[in-house]
Design a binder for this molecule. Structure first.
Ligand code: ADP
Ligand code: MG
Length: 675
């Protein structure tokens, strides 16, 4: 059989199983072989039944003594029991509704069983264990991602058939590369990853497959970027920020001045700017964005600023208009919530060039609006500004300058992939007068005291944010916030004006609540986490987070960054009634640490990179083996080699690159990112 043949024609598959494989995105033999094991069961070190840890997975070696006939139990199920022993203890194997698996076991034979040991102390049992005959000749067996109707056993045997039947495995990596990095050929690597003789073999295969994947990813991104670079743009001519600084109510920090200078240099250079502005929450990134937009306007160019949500777009619109209108610049707000006359007005100002700065969510790029002369695009807290958005941006302007602002310290490798060869400016200095936010983990019994404290802050003219408990099953956002406000916040803060906000509210209503809070018409704001990254109300001095253990530390740090923006001492209270000791320790770390970078590092270590950005937040194709945050060494090499190939054969038309061209296309086609 060939790589691209349909999987249903493989021995033992057929149309019915093929439909189930389709749920795992497996349609062809090649895709079946690219379904890599998630992990392996290691049968090489069995423990005795008596010693097996309770309720945790273990491998034991035991002899089958007796197979009991199937017995009907409640719920119309049938239970099959197989009695075993290893001399140290008896062990019952239990199978529900499955006569086939126990049918394969022979009385009097020894097997290796893998499963959780449960049951009572005297009658130990394993439910539906996996097993291996001791003479099977392997000690690692693959564990595949499962779907309904396909057992691990079925997938394993289909993969084994495919490995046997396939005539030739196309290899996207040239022989020279394989030799240079001492990597196995593709066919060999597939055997090694699906049926490794030892753990090292699986690891070696994995490394080669990671290399291949990152290599293809790089080539795909290069060819996309190549298309961008083919267009030409015009550098700006002057960048005089003195009038801008003169119009500010405060003087910029040294870090802000440095970042603005770097941006000025980029704007006047021949190549378009591609810069990441990194600064902890509250470091004053908005001001730098305003300066950049000001310089673009000096040169007759429009700028667009994209925020992740409508609320933030509204807020940025107001802030930036406040700074820029005195300098004769016009800001237009364009979001889904802007309707009717306001919308027509904004659109015509954008098209005529009257609007110098356009503020919106990233939907501004999908709007059927023609920009008069877009020269600069700024994104705020949008790690999702990926490949697709770049494409949209390119359709609105010729090689616009790009400024990406983020409070999250993005791992350098990921940043390189997302933004290409980018420069970084860091705001490593807080505006003067900032005091660290005093952070406390509050035990349940201190809740009343804490509310007493909130009441006193409100008496003193301050405002507080309360992030309410996470939504329970069957509950809506609205119910959760309302119930919390009525049952907890209002009774404990009888004299406060309490506002509500939740995710299901219309954008305009959210903006209205936010405005009331900002203008001091509300004392407390009870909200789901829609009080997001970037909201700026300097008079707010307390942030309360209920169920704090359910958030990542970086997310909590972002929430905490909503206070401590004025001159007063500010507080963050983390409640965590249900947290275990480990979760409590994480929260304590946050209480001790004010530095966002340290917090992100700790998060990365304790929660792993998967949670760092959330799933698929970065808009790249999803990868099967590579982990962008950790496989950095391989990434570097793959990047370098991809560039070499790209220089020689950018469109991958040479015959020796045929397999590579197919692989790159497949990686990007699987994913909607490219459309
Ligand atoms: P972030 O980097 O989190 O986006 P913002 O741009 O929202 O931070 O700025 C946080 C607060 O600091 C705002 O209230 C802003 O007006 C204020 N601010 C920014 N720069 C300065 C400065 N140089 N001096 C005093 N206050 C500043
Ligand atoms: Mg911000």
């Amino acid at each position: 059989m060939r790589w691209e043949d349909e999987v249903q024609f493989l021995k033992g598959v057929g149309p019915k199983r093929a439909a189930r494989f389709a749920k795992l995105d497996v349609h062809t033999i090649g895709e079946l072989l690219s379904l890599y094991p998630r992990t392996y069961i290691d049968y090489s070190r069995p423990v005795s039944v008596a010693e097996a840890p309770y309720d945790a997975p273990a491998v034991v070696r035991a002899e089958v003594l007796q197979k009991l006939p199937g017995r009907r139990i409640s719920g119309g199920r049938t239970l099959h029991r197989v009695e075993c022993s290893d001399g140290t203890s008896a062990l019952s194997l239990v199978f529900f509704n499955n006569p086939y698996t126990p049918g394969k076991l022979k009385v009097g034979e020894e097997y290796l069983f893998y499963g959780k040991v449960g049951g009572g102390f005297t009658n130990r049992e394993m439910i539906a264990p996996q097993f291996l005959a001791p003479d099977a000749g392997v000690c690692l067996t693959p564990v595949y991602p499962l779907t309904e109707g396909l057992s691990n056993y079925t997938i394993t045997s289909c993969v084994a058939h495919a490995l046997k039947e396939i005539e030739e495995v196309p290899d996207p990596l040239a022989e020279g590369l394989l030799e240079k990095y001492k990597m196995p050929a593709k066919g060999k690597a597939l055997c090694m990853i699906h049926r490794p003789a030892a753990a090292e073999e699986a690891e070696q295969a994995r490394r080669r497959l990671i290399f291949e994947e990152l290599f293809c990813l790089q080539l795909g991104l290069l060819s996309l970027r190549g298309r961008e670079v083919e267009q030409t743009g015009a550098p700006m001519e002057k960048a005089d920020v003195a009038p801008f600084y003169a119009a500010l109510p405060f003087s910029p920090t040294g870090a802000q001045v440095r970042a603005v200078q770097e941006i000025a240099g980029d704007l006047c250079a021949k190549a378009p700017m591609n810069r990441l502005l990194q600064g902890d929450v509250g470091s004053g990134k908005t001001l730098v964005a305003a300066a950049a937009a000001y310089m673009a306007a000096q040169n007759g160019y429009q700028s667009v600023l994209m925020a992740p949500t409508e609320i933030l777009a509204h807020q940025h619109g107001e802030t930036l208009d406040g700074i820029l209108s005195g300098l004769g610049l016009r800001t237009a707000l364009l979001t889904g919530g802007v309707k009717g006359r306001a919308r027509t007005g904004a659109v015509s100002a954008i098209e005529s060039g009257d609007a110098n700065l356009i503020v919106g969510t990233h939907a501004v790029l999908s709007e059927p609006v023609r920009y008069y002369n877009l020269g600069l695009a700024i994104t705020d807290e949008q790690h999702r500004f990926g490949v697709r958005q770049r494409g949209l941006l390119a359709s609105k302007a010729n090689r616009p300058h790009l400024l990406v602002m983020s409070a999250t310290p993005i791992p350098r490798t990921l940043a390189l992939l997302l933004f290409g060869d980018l420069d970084i400016s860091v705001l490593d200095e807080m505006p003067p007068g900032r005091k660290p936010v005093k952070t406390h983990v509050v035990p349940e019994e201190k809740r009343r005291d804490m509310y007493g404290f909130l009441a006193r802050e409100i008496e003193a003219g301050r405002q507080v944010y309360i992030v309410c408990p996470l939504i329970e099953e069957g509950e809506s956002d609205l119910q959760a916030v309302t119930a919390y406000a009525e049952e907890v916040a209002k009774p404990l803060l009888p004299r406060a004006r309490v506002g509500l906000m939740h995710g299901r509210m219309k954008a305009a209503d959210k903006a209205e609540v936010m405005r009331a809070f900002k203008e001091g018409r509300l004392d407390a704001l009870v909200s789901t986490t829609v009080i997001e990254v970037g909201v700026d109300v300097p008079n707010a001095s307390v942030m309360v987070v209920e169920d704090a253990e359910r958030y990542g530390l970086s997310a909590l740090h972002q929430l905490r960054g909503r206070v401590g923006r004025g001159a007063q001492v500010s507080y963050c209270f983390l409640l965590s009634g249900h947290a275990g000791p480990a979760a409590r320790e994480r929260l304590q770390f946050l209480a001790r640490t004010g530095d966002g970078f340290e917090v992100a590092k700790y998060d990365l270590q304790t929660r792993g990179p998967g949670d760092f950005f959330g799933n698929k937040q970065h808009g790249l194709p999803s990868l099967r083996v590579a982990d962008l945050a950790t496989d950095t060494r391989v990434l570097k090499a793959a990047q370098q080699e991809a560039l070499e190939v790209y220089k020689e054969d950018p469109r991958l038309l040479k015959p020796e690159n045929a397999a590579l061209a197919v692989a790159v296309k497949a990686l990007f086609e699987d994913n909607t990112v490219m459309n």
